[in-house]
Design a protein around this ligand. Structure first.
Ligand SMILES: NC(=O)c1ccc[n+]([C@@H]2O[C@H](COP(=O)([O-])OP(=O)(O)OC[C@H]3O[C@@H](n4cnc5c(N)ncnc54)[C@H](O)[C@@H]3O)[C@@H](O)[C@H]2O)c1
Length: 334
């Protein structure tokens, strides 16, 4: 199959390597012609040091590579997805399958990434999402990984499964796009929070407390927006939460640690040097929680630290001193 990957960051590049390994004809598109030239020259993405990009992968900044692609994979940061989908739309082959691997919720509109792709490309293409615990650094080195491919039509999810799956990359199909996308976006907020706790010395108990209670509040929002609670129990939910909240590959977790150690959100993001999606998702989560009257204390605390400058220790105190309650009250496993 001919596949174009839109976005040549860490994740786009890792997926290009995976699909090339799976014998597909791959183009890796960068929005920046200078960056495309540089990648072409070095055949190495600085975010994936030591991993060579094979000559067989076409690196380009020309969207005409889409015209005969049977699949287009959107792998930009969330802030650039709408613009990228809009630019790509006129070049798409009429029956191309569109796959979003971007994790986020658009600020202002609160749309999921697949909704943006669908809206900007005329709504005539099948749209799927691929999500799960999958650090680019490990996928690029062919370490064992598992994800889900979610689509409204089972046949489309199965096509995505077939295209991406290999002996080290397992793909399970899923039918809850809402749950898969929201948990993928919101776990970044929780990873920031776990990092903040780690950075200010809260300890392992606190990390487990945050991750577990986060599942409860994320499931409330997922359900309110039409997704399913049980999705949170799978790879796109708890799986991605575990990897993002505990791994040093996670830039959200790393940014959180820096903030917990006393840096401002801006300083932390500069130091991490790559997109920190949780920063943007925290704002959307806070707005959604207000508008839909869904209680999300952990996301609220992160928002307040990032955007109101609340000291981390004060936010921890606030979370620990909420009213007593039964754990089973709106538990995510009910
Ligand atoms: N890195 C991972 O391990 C991983 C895994 C799964 C999902 N994701 C998701 O994939 C998305 C991309 O992440 P990443 O890690 O590749 O990001 P990155 O920070 O490594 O790279 C982002 C890329 O986007 C490009 N970009 C910047 N502005 C752009 C614009 N205006 N138009 C088009 N492209 C633009 C940059 O050139 C850069 O190459 C994010 O939503 C992330 O949450 C990442």
């Amino acid at each position: 199959m001919k596949v174009t990957i839109l976005g040549s960051g860490g994740w786009g590049t890792a997926l290009a390597l995976l699909l090339h390994h799976n014998q597909h004809t791959v183009s890796l598109w960068s929005h920046d012609p200078e960056k495309a030239k540089q990648l072409e020259l070095t055949r190495e993405n600085t975010l994936l040091k030591g991993v060579r990009i094979p000559e067989g992968i076409c690196i380009t900044s020309d969207l005409s590579c889409l015209t005969d692609s049977e699949m287009a994979v959107f792998a930009t940061p969330s802030f650039a997805l709408r613009e990228t989908a809009r630019k790509a739309a006129p070049y798409l082959a009429p029956d191309a399958i569109l796959v979003s691997v971007t994790k986020g919720i658009e600020r202002g509109t609160h749309l999921r990434m697949s909704q943006i792709v669908c809206g900007e490309t005329g709504g005539t293409h099948p749209v799927a999402v691929l999500s799960g615990p999958s650090h680019a650094e490990e996928v690029a080195r062919a370490l064992p990984t598992g994800c889900v491919a979610a689509a409204q039509e089972q046949g489309i999810a199965e096509t995505v499964q077939r295209v991406f799956m290999n002996e080290v990359f397992r793909v399970y199909t899923h039918d809850d796009m809402v749950g898969v996308e929201l948990s993928g976006a919101l776990k970044n907020v929780i990873a920031l929070c776990c990092g903040m706790g780690d950075g200010c010395g809260c300890g392992d108990n606190a990390r487990a407390l945050l991750m577990t209670r986060a599942l409860t509040e994320l499931s409330r929002l997922v359900e309110k927006l039409g997704g399913r609670r049980d999705t949170l129990a799978g790879l796109a939910g708890v799986g991605d939460l575990i990897v993002t909240c505990t791994s040093m590959h996670s830039r959200n977790h790393r940014a959180g640690i820096l903030i917990g150690q006393g840096k401002s959100a801006e300083e932390a993001m500069r130091e991490v040097g790559a997109v920190v999606e949780g920063y943007y998702a925290a704002q959307s989560a806070q707005e959604l929680s207000r508008e839909l009257h869904v209680e999300m204390p952990i996301c609220d605390a992160v928002y307040s630290i990032l955007l109101r400058g609340t000291p981390v220790k004060e936010a921890v105190h606030g979370l620990m001193n909420r009213l007593p309650r039964k754990e089973s009250d709106s538990s995510w496993v009910s």
